[in-house]
Design a protein around this ligand. Sequence first.
Ligand code: SF4
Length: 168
Amino acid sequence: MKVGSTNFSSKGGVSGARVYKVYELISGYESPRSRLRQAVELADKLEELASKIRALEEQVSKLQSSLSNVRALEELTGEVSRLRKEVEKLNDGIEWIRRSVSRRLRDDHNRCIWLDGDGYCTAWYYSEKLEGCDMRPDTVGGRTVYMLNVRKHPLICVACPSYKPRGY
Ligand code: SF4
């Protein structure tokens, strides 16, 4: 399946059982699938940076105990501190996104009306199961469709045009 070509239908904010392309409704540039992929890539990048830092810290600690190569020790210490700053910046960005999206899913806040008790979005149906995502099958108009668990994949809610807070 190509990114952005998943057919899906919505009952949230759009009437009838029309079938839409993801990119037409969510964003002119990004599909939900591509946003999910970006989240996974971001998490991978963070893990990669964190393991680099761990490896460098081990080297620093070995060099510190031998004190045989001051220059190498200084270079490694500088590299560790540069990577730390990079990870902190990424973490800040992710935290901002998490906070923003959590407002749409929290029971004690502006929870979206389309979120069901098990964490699935009942507004959007996908024609195919997205690999690596928690999705629940359903039947619409005789077709098998899939609903996404947005509690496990909350990034999809960040810029969702069907978001509707309870009580409004
Ligand atoms: S904000 Fe999230 S739960 Fe609400 S309709 Fe959009 S994707 Fe579904």
